[in-house]
Design a protein around this ligand. Structure first.
Ligand SMILES: C[N+](C)(C)CCCC[C@H](N)C(=O)O
Ligand SMILES: O=C(O)CCC(=O)C(=O)O
Length: 422
C-alpha cells in the first residue's frame, strides 16, 4: 500500500552542509564514522500528492526498540556518538501502517506511519512560530547571531588535572564562620566544582555540610536524598548501568543549580565518575566550527522525565544558553538519556544538527576527568556548567546528596563578596 523510494540527496544538498560534514568528521571519531547523515527516506502515502521525507539519522535516533529505549524509565540508552558508529539503512518496508527499517548493523526499527507523520521533522515553512529555532522567531537564522566568542568565555577557568587539588578538609570547612564556604564556593565559581574531603561518611553529617552552604532545593527526589540501584525513581541514576555525560534536570523549566554527591559506601567494582567542563567544550566548538556552535545555541532539544502516572516533566530549550545582556555563555543543558521526541527540529537543519550533536557527544565522552567518589569526599558541581557521568558498577553502592537552586547558591556568593554581577 505504501511505496518506498530513496529521496535523491542532491535535492537537499547545500555547499555549507558538505563543508561542515567534512570538518566534523575530521574532528570527531572519524575512523568510526560510517553513518550517512544525509540519507533521507521518502514515503508515498496513497491519495496524497506529496511524499513525506524523514532523515535516516533521525529515525535511528528515535528507535524505540528494547536495545535503544528503556521503556520503564522512558530514557534513551545510547548517546549521539553511537549514531556515527553504526551503519546505514539496508532495507525498509512499509506494511499495514508499520515502517520496518533493517539497518546494516543487524538492527531493526519499527515505526508507526501515523506517529512518523505527526513527529518527524517538518520543513521550516510548515512549522508554527512557537516551534522555530529561537532566534529565527524575530531575527532570522545565522546572519543575526554575532556572539563575541572571546567575550563568551572570558571569566572561565577549567577543571584541574587532579580534581582533589582544591579540596578543603571537613574540619576546616565546618569551623565557625564563613571561611570554609568561601573556599568552596570560590572554587565552584572558578572551576565549576568544589570538594569537601574527609567528611564522616554518613547522611546526617553530609546534610550539615550542605546546610552550611544553603538550604536544599526540594524536588521529586526529595530535599536531601539517598540512592542506590533500586529504581526508586524512573532514572538510570537509580540503576547500576552506565550513566553518560549529562547535566541534571534538563527537563525542568530551570535546571537545578548545584549538584551535591557523597558516596557513602561501595562494595564492588566500577562506579567511576567523570566530570567535564561544558564551557571549555563549548569554547572549543565555537573556535573550531562556528556554525555548529550556533546550531547548538539556537535549536531547542526537548527533554523529558516520565514516571508513568506520577510525573511528566518536559522542557524545550537550547544546549548552549547565553546571558541575554552580556552574551556570555551561561548554561549547558544536555542529557542524552532524557531527550524527548525531536519533532520541532526543522527538516532543513536535521543533517547539520545531528553532525553537531554527534561532535558534541564525542567531545564530552572523550574529555572527562575521572574521579572515584569514595566515602568522605563531598562533591559540589555547578550543574549549569559541568557535566558528569558514571561507569556501570557491580555490588552495593549507596550515595546521598542534594540540589541547591542557582538563585540560592549565587545569592550566597554575593553575600560572601565572591560575585559582583549586579
Ligand atoms: C541526583 N539524584 C540521584 C537525586 C537524581 C538523579 C537524576 C538524574 C537524571 N538523569 C536527571 O537529570 O535528572
Ligand atoms: O551514581 C552516581 O555516581 C551519579 C549518578 C548521576 O549521574 C546522577 O545522579 O545524576
Amino acid at each position: 500500500m505504501f511505496q518506498k523510494v530513496y529521496f535523491p540527496k542532491e535535492n537537499y544538498t547545500s555547499g555549507i552542509r558538505h563543508c561542515l560534514y567534512q570538518q566534523l568528521r575530521r574532528e570527531s571519531h572519524a575512523a568510526n564514522a560510517n553513518f550517512d547523515f544525509d540519507k533521507i527516506l521518502s514515503f508515498k502515502i496513497p491519495k496524497e500528492s506529496n511524499n513525506f521525507h524523514v532523515h535516516a539519522v533521525w529515525l535511528r535516533h528515535h528507535c524505540q526498540c528494547q536495545k535503544c529505549y528503556n521503556h520503564r524509565t522512558h530514557q534513551r540508552v545510547h548517546i549521539p556518538s553511537h549514531l556515527s558508529q553504526i551503519s546505514s539503512v539496508k532495507k525498509f518496508t512499509v506494511k499495514n501502517k508499520q515502517c520496518l527499517i533493517d539497518w546494516n548493523d543487524d538492527h531493526t526499527s519499527v515505526f508507526n506511519i501515523d506517529w512518523l507523520r505527526a513527529n518527524a521533522p517538518k520543513s521550516l515553512a510548515g512549522l508554527s512560530a512557537s516551534t522555530l529555532p529561537i532566534l529565527e522567531e524575530n531575527q532570522g537564522f545565522h546572519q543575526q547571531l554575532s556572539y563575541n566568542y572571546k567575550k563568551c568565555f572570558e571569566s572561565v577557568g577549567s577543571i584541574l588535572n587532579d580534581p582533589l587539588e582544591i579540596a578543603i578538609h571537613f574540619d576546616e570547612f565546618m569551623k565557625v564562620g564563613n571561611d570554609g564556604v568561601t573556599h568552596l564556593l570560590s572554587n565552584v565559581l572558578r572551576y565549576g566544582y568544589g570538594i569537601v574531603n574527609q567528611c564522616p561518611p554518613d547522611f546526617e553529617t553530609t546534610k550539615k555540610v550542605i546546610l552550611k552552604v544553603s538550604h536544599p532545593q526540594n524536588t521529586i527526589y526529595g530535599d536531601f536524598s539517598e540512592w542506590t540501584s533500586n529504581l526508586a525513581h524512573a532514572d538510570t541514576a537509580y540503576t547500576s548501568d552506565v550513566v553518560h555525560m549529562h547535566t541534571d534536570t534538563s527537563y525542568f523549566t530551570e535546571p537545578i543549580g548545584l549538584q551535591i554527591f557523597h558516596c557513602l559506601q561501595h562494595n564492588g567494582s566500577g562506579g567511576l565518575n567523570s566530570l567535564v567542563d561544558g564551557f571549555q567544550i563549548a569554547k572549543q566548538i565555537a573556535r573550531e566550527n562556528q556554525e555548529s556552535y550556533e546550531l547548538l545555541s539556537t535549536l531547542r532539544i526537548p527533554s523529558q522525565y516520565v514516571d508513568d502516572g506520577k510525573h511528566h516533566f518536559h522542557s524545550n530549550d537550547v544546549t548552549f544558553a547565553h546571558d541575554s545582556s552580556s552574551n556570555q555563555i551561561q548554561k549547558i543543558r544536555y542529557n542524552p538519556h532524557d531527550v524527548a521526541v525531536l519533532k520541532d527540529l526543522p527538516f532543513e537543519h536535521v543533517e547539520k544538527f545531528y553532525k553537531s550533536l554527534v561532535n558534541l557527544s564525542d567531545l564530552l565522552e572523550s574529555a572527562p576527568q575521572t574521579i572515584k567518589l569514595s566515602p568522605g569526599l563531598v562533591l559540589f558541581l555547578d550543574n549549569w556548567r559541568v557535566l558528569h557521568g558514571r561507569t556501570a558498577y557491580t555490588g552495593f553502592r549507596h550515595l546521598c546528596g542534594a540540589y541547591i537552586s542557582r538563585s540560592d547558591w549565587l545569592s550566597r556568593t554575593r553575600v560572601l563578596g565572591l560575585l559582583n554581577d549586579f
